[in-house]
Write a protein that binds this ligand. Sequence first.
Ligand SMILES: NC(=O)c1ccc[n+]([C@@H]2O[C@H](COP(=O)([O-])OP(=O)(O)OC[C@H]3O[C@@H](n4cnc5c(N)ncnc54)[C@H](O)[C@@H]3O)[C@@H](O)[C@H]2O)c1
Length: 278
Amino acid sequence: MQLRDKIAMVTGAGSGLGREISLAFAREGARVFATDIDARSAAETASECARATAGAVSCRCDVADSHSVKEAFARLDEAMGGIDVLVNNAGIVHSEPAYLEHVNRTQAQQIAETMAGGPITTHWRTIELLTDEMFDRMLRVHLHGTFYCTREALPRMRAQGRGGRIVNMGSIMGTASMLGAPDYCAAKGAILAFTRATAREAASYDVLVNAIAPGYVETPLLVNVEPATKQLIALQTPLRRLGEPADVAAAAVYLAGPGGKFVTGQVLSPNGGIHMSQ
Ligand SMILES: NC(=O)c1ccc[n+]([C@@H]2O[C@H](COP(=O)([O-])OP(=O)(O)OC[C@H]3O[C@@H](n4cnc5c(N)ncnc54)[C@H](O)[C@@H]3O)[C@@H](O)[C@H]2O)c1
């Protein structure tokens, strides 16, 4: 029970990593405030959490919208009466069919050109294809969302006078980068920088701020990744597999729990060894 009676807010809690982190926190004794843009999935996560530890509550929250974030924190105040841990987890990847088709076709053509001994005559061009709206949404969900929730959590943690933990969801893409998603890489890189800046600022009132930078993890986020690509990723990974959500949830429990009490401004990267420097 590493998080007994801690109040933990998780964004994007309705699916994948957010759901698994919420459940792991509840199993460690935390009262989970599960939020998601999809109210129904957040509610499902909260009711699963409540089976492990009483007191879980759900709330719709679109992290990209500062009004929605303010409303969610008002509900948190009312329902939970405080906050000890914030997990800024909500995230997206591109799902626009034309964009995905371009990415898959470019990858297949470049592989074919490489296998044929080159030269590469098919170019990625994804930066040229990103519209203002696509770039803005990607940054807004990841970076603005992390900022909006952090801005609400910090004064509450300071006023409580018992410290706190913030765990931001980065990615190996924030440092290693990935073809086909320049805006996602930019958003994750910015989250890592924001994590360090927040850690420095909040240290004086004992709020510890860290990031998790997972490698590839089997969640609905990877729904458009071809099975052959996943096999290739597993082969390139020293531990020979993709991650499971529980691999990431264990890192979140560590950073939120007693074991992480001298850790701040750091990036913990459960990635099976595919990327060895953060
Ligand atoms: N799965 C991976 O391989 C992987 C790797 C590295 C980092 N990540 C990061 O982990 C986080 C969680 O991803 P996942 O794999 O669990 O994906 P997922 O798609 O399974 O879950 C994402 C959740 O975020 C919610 N969400 C989306 N937009 C939102 C918004 N505006 N406001 C609130 N909630 C919103 C979705 O409804 C969903 O429940 C993301 O930040 C993602 O970038 C994932």
